[in-house]
Design a protein. Structure first.
Length: 152
């Protein structure tokens, strides 16, 4: 039986539960562009990649409360404001341990990376706290938004 927090899912590892096609940003993404992306309340983390290599995970808090002049400059590269430590997990990490960690940290996203630092996917803890988002969940939400935008 799967973890009840995983919405009945049989996923036991981050690699099994991760979203396979997360949205990513290039290294040229600026702090101003990152702020604009965070206007969407479904965006909890920006994955800044150079090719397949993850450079940084930028969270909303990374853009708030910065006191150094360079960090407040709109054109500073967003990856300089984020970090990897504490925001990445290997694909074999057990989901039950990750659920406990995510709840304790008040975090909902963790990048899944291999030993070489290559982005494999994104672990997306649902707002309800009852499992992880899937690629199908994200695609359905995207279709729903498109219909709403089209006035349907």
């Amino acid at each position: 039986m799967g973890d009840p927090c995983a919405g009945g899912s049989s996923a036991r590892t981050a690699g099994e539960a991760m979203v396979l096609l997360p949205k990513t940003c290039p290294p040229s993404t600026t702090a101003a562009q990152a702020r604009a992306l965070f206007a969407d309340d479904h965006v909890h983390a920006l994955l800044v990649v150079d090719g397949a290599r993850l450079l940084a995970v930028v969270e909303r808090e990374d853009l708030l409360g910065r006191t150094t002049p360079d960090a407040l400059t709109p054109d500073v590269p967003a990856h300089e404001l984020g970090r990897l430590y504490g925001r990445t997990v290997p694909p074999g990490a057990p989901t039950d341990v990750l659920v406990t960690r995510l709840r304790a940290e008040g975090r909902r996203r963790l990048a899944v990376v291999d030993e070489g630092g290559h982005l494999l996917g994104l672990l997306c803890f649902k707002r309800s706290g009852r499992g992880f988002c899937s690629d199908a969940d994200i695609a359905a939400r995207s279709r729903e938004r498109a219909l709403i935008a089209a006035g349907c």
